[in-house]
Design a protein. Sequence first.
Length: 156
Amino acid sequence: MDFRAQQSLALRPMTAADIDEVHALEQSVFPHPWSRGNFVDSLASGYDAWVLREPDAGPLAGYFLLMYAVDEAHLLDVAVCGARHGTGLGRHLLDRIAARSRAMGMASILLEVRPSNERALKVYERYGYTQIGRRKGYYPAHEGRREDAIVMRYVL
């Protein structure tokens, strides 16, 4: 995606009216997606939740949710519409995530990612996130199994 196309997208706070579309995007890109209730609860908890849309309330291109604790942001969820994978939109969202975190006075951003999500791992590593740990059995996996989470940090 070229710079002008990214600039035409509108970033705005997520509202309850966005939840069905956000949940549908989540289900379309993740093998073990968040539930609709997870998004409802996140908004009710006051997490910093944002959607990225085409101009004039057009189609959803992506979203992210952040939680802040002391001086560290925790990236809870981020997704890009499948049709836009490989266009640079993931990096664009990471730029917005870093900007929001800096604006909130955070020193770093933490996230968890599945080892099997190689595409996301590469995006995070190219952006400058570094692996700082592993959470054993963190994620649900197929057939009742569990998958570890790689914990990554980005220093602002």
